[in-house]
Design a protein around this ligand. Structure first.
Ligand SMILES: [Zn+2]
Ligand SMILES: [Zn+2]
Length: 261
């Protein structure tokens, strides 16, 4: 099986002791490509994932300001983000969006920073990776108003109706460990109705480890459990899920750079 982990935080401190070993375990499990999310601890450091991508052929990077860190963004942040979108291994702007669960940054600031990063992604012709938590309506209305590109709804945990809203906006839906959780029936229903060409898988490691590793530190190698469960939900082989989600990711994020980049 050959799988792509479309969302992992390999820069996280939880990997400080065994980062290279975790990457090696991922490769051994068939995870041949990983998209490292570059939000890190927030501005001023915007290169958490770029550093990893520069030193590992199998790792690509995103750049962006997480909604938690929106209040830390400055003009300098945007100038630097703009420059980083030209890095050959930067393949998306993310994770960006809104998080009303923690409200670590004021909501009006979250909105402004989200909108500005959508504009930045448009200018760079890059897809976006969206984080939305307890903020679905506002996220969708901002996307409807200001986004015409493709992208990924990361760690999709909505229901079938929300899945359709995101799909109508052209988004792909990335399913993670949550679909293996016993109570996640509505998420499994969303995964069942998502067209194959819009399906992605992710770990969001070190968070949200799938059953039976739930509660432990997650790592990219564990994505196999999510692939298997997704296959069961959709009534197909795990190999088919792995192949289709890899092809989808490649089409979305690994296509050759556009002429204006
Ligand atoms: Zn997230
Ligand atoms: Zn994440």
């Amino acid at each position: 099986m050959r799988v792509i982990d479309s969302h992992c935080h390999l820069d996280d401190r939880q990997f400080d002791e065994d980062r290279e070993a975790a990457i090696a375990r991922a490769r051994a499990a068939g995870v041949e490509t990983m998209l490292a999310i570059g939000t890190g601890d927030g501005p001023p450091d915007l290169e958490a994932a770029v550093r990893l991508a520069a030193s590992h052929e199998c790792i690509y990077a995103t750049v962006g300001v997480h909604p938690h860190d929106a209040a830390k963004a400055t003009e300098e942040t945007f100038a630097r983000l703009d420059a980083l979108t030209n890095h050959p291994k930067v393949r998306a702007v993310g994770e960006i969006g809104l998080d009303y669960h923690y409200d670590f940054s004021p909501r009006d600031v979250q909105h402004a920073i989200f909108e500005r990063q959508l504009a930045l992604a448009t200018a760079a012709s890059l897809p976006v990776v969206i984080h939305t938590r307890e903020a679905w309506e506002d996220t969708i209305s901002i996307l409807r108003a200001g986004w015409r590109g493709g992208g990924i709804m990361h760690c999709f945990t909505g229901d079938a109706a929300q899945a359709r809203e995101a799909l109508d906006l052209g988004f792909s839906l990335a399913f993670g460990g949550v679909i293996t959780f016993p109570k996640a029936n509505t998420v499994r229903e969303a995964a069942r109705i998502t067209p194959a060409e819009k399906l992605l898988v992710e770990t969001d490691s070190p968070y949200l480890a799938p059953v039976p590793m739930r509660g432990k530190r997650n790592e990219p190698a564990f994505i196999i459990q999510t692939v298997r469960r997704l296959a069961a939900v959709r009534g197909c082989d795990a190999e088919e899920i792995a192949a289709v989600t890899s092809a989808n990711f490649e089409r979305l994020c690994l296509r050759p750079p556009l002429p204006n980049r």
